[in-house]
Design a protein around this ligand. Structure first.
Ligand code: UTP
Length: 476
């Protein structure tokens, strides 16, 4: 096929959608540039882009839905700490025993999403490679992998790690793992897979944006892209071979994620839930967390920006926030449920966000916008919630489950310093609970390989332990 025919074919495909400007620089491209652009254009679902730009995808009326929402079925933290069965009829001891059994049977896998661009943090490499360890300098990825290795040692059975990257993070992540011998994970316990991308359009015209004369601007298609990427990459096949039936899902920016905590796993299994979510109690109605609510017996997350203030402020009969359950993006998924969701139409709709996207203008100049100029399209994993049978929510203390690294130093929250303070504080609580003394002003960081949780710390220290200088507790 000659170049001119190629161009004509592409033009005929683009013109009905008003996108033929993508070929404006065709004559300047070499053969490789043309074939790259042609492949990118062939991969775009142009009618989908049209309808996303027109906004004719049904948007739920969250204000109306919120008014008939109820709090979700839940195991509250106070009940867990008191060792009581909640309305779910499951005690913490039963849940922990069941979770341990499933981990020892190798039925649990770990699903870590690390495809985001980390734009707020402004770190030049993927966020997974940020050296968050306050003393060790361990990367986020190392901390997560060490937890996986500690789980494998404890249960004498590994929980394979399914690590999702995107074209924005893939090569650096894979190179880092290769350089560091997979951070000690055996080959069959780690599967790295890459998520898909979506183009962006100019917000005022709907025209697709070019990042170079021969390349479309593309960005990762959101953490909701995980499900399609799992299937396309062969990860589901790997799970089948390994007998993995349930996945602990979390996000790379949270070093406090209690990966595969047996109690959490156990509630999921004993409640026969297809999808269990970890929640923290909101401290105020306006907290910037997604809200878990039950609508028509289905679990939903309503983003804080869509949740009406008067509903957020409602109190229950004890005077506490009625809608207390904030999402920290930690879930247990049944693998069978994820497979089923692939066949459900519209279970993961695209959401539209107005963002700053640099682009090549019609004169061939690169423009760096100073304010949002483009619409980006992303899927959100929590849109799966309403499709799950018997969903439940389990409350954890925020200080034991959630400290996300989102922002560059200087922001009020979710900065490296903020996350590191949470890491020190958790280590200090675990040490204090085991009877050890940490001198004032001393900071202690714990490697997951030294202790995965408070119970492990109790095996390592006692009342005679005194830590009077800052240190990293790690094996060897
Ligand atoms: P965020 O939406 O907070 O994005 O992702 P981010 O990349 O961390 O940061 P900003 O918004 O650009 O500053 C939450 C989690 O979801 C993952 C991220 O890697 C992070 O673990 N994610 C997000 C993906 O894996 N893919 C995506 O397309 C988007």
């Amino acid at each position: 096929m000659s170049d001119s025919v190629d161009r004509q074919t592409l033009h005929d495909r683009l013109a009905p959608h008003g996108q033929e400007h993508l070929l404006a620089f065709w004559d300047e491209l070499d053969a490789a540039g043309r074939s790259q652009l042609a492949a990118q254009i062939a991969a775009i679902d142009l009618p989908l882009i049209d309808s996303l730009y027109r906004g004719d995808v049904d948007q739920p009326d969250w204000a109306e839905l919120s008014r008939r929402a109820a709090p979700p079925p839940a195991m509250r933290l106070a009940e867990r700490l008191a060792g009581k069965a909640s309305s779910l009829g499951i005690t913490p001891a039963e849940a922990t025993a069941r979770g341990r059994e499933a981990l020892a049977a190798g039925e649990i896998g770990v699903l870590l999403v690390a495809g985001g661009q980390g734009s707020r943090l402004g770190f030049e490499k993927p966020k997974s490679l940020y050296p968050i360890g306050p003393i060790s300098g361990a990367t986020l990825l190392q901390i997560h992998v060490e937890k996986c290795r500690a789980i494998a040692a404890r249960y004498e059975k590994s929980a394979p790690l399914y690590l999702m990257t995107s074209p924005a993070t893939h090569d650096d992540t894979v190179a880092f793992l290769a350089e560091h011998d997979n951070l000690g994970l055996p080959d069959d316990d780690l599967l790295v897979f890459c998520q898909g991308t979506m183009p962006a359009v100019d917000a005022s015209t709907g025209k697709l944006l070019l990042s170079e004369k021969g390349a479309l601007f593309q960005s990762p298609d959101g953490h909701g892209g995980t499900v399609a990427a799992l299937a396309a990459s062969g990860a589901i096949e790997h799970m089948r071979r390994r007998g993995v039936k349930h996945l602990f899902y979390f996000q790379v920016d949270n070093p406090l994620a209690p990966i595969c905590d047996p109690e959490f796993v156990g509630y999921h299994l004993l409640a026969e839930s297809e999808l269990t979510s970890l929640a923290v109690a909101k401290s105020a109605p306006e907290d910037k967390l997604g809200n878990f609510v039950l609508i028509d017996n289905r679990l939903n997350v309503i983003e804080y920006s869509d949740f009406p203030a008067d509903v957020a402020q409602q109190l229950d009969s004890s005077g506490n926030l009625k809608f207390w359950a904030g999402s920290v993006a930690i879930h247990m998924f049944d693998v069978a449920f994820l497979e089923k969701s692939l066949t459900l139409k519209d279970s993961l709709p695209f959401h539209v966000a107005n963002k700053k996207v640099p682009f090549i203008d019609p004169a061939g100049e690169r423009i760096e916008p100073t304010k949002p100029n483009a619409l980006k399209f992303e899927r959100f994993i929590f849109d799966l919630l309403p499709h799950a049978a018997r969903p439940i929510v389990v409350e954890y203390a925020e200080e034991d489950s959630f400290a996300p690294l989102k922002n560059a130093p200087g922001a009020p929250k979710d900065t490296p310093e903020y996350v590191q303070r949470f890491m020190f504080d958790q280590a200090h609580r675990w040490l204090a609970a085991a009877g050890a003394e940490v001198s004032p002003g001393v900071n202690v960081e714990i490697s997951p390989l030294w202790a995965l949780d408070a119970a492990d710390v109790r095996q390592r220290v006692d009342r005679s332990t005194k830590l009077d200088k800052s240190q990293y507790l790690a094996p060897g």
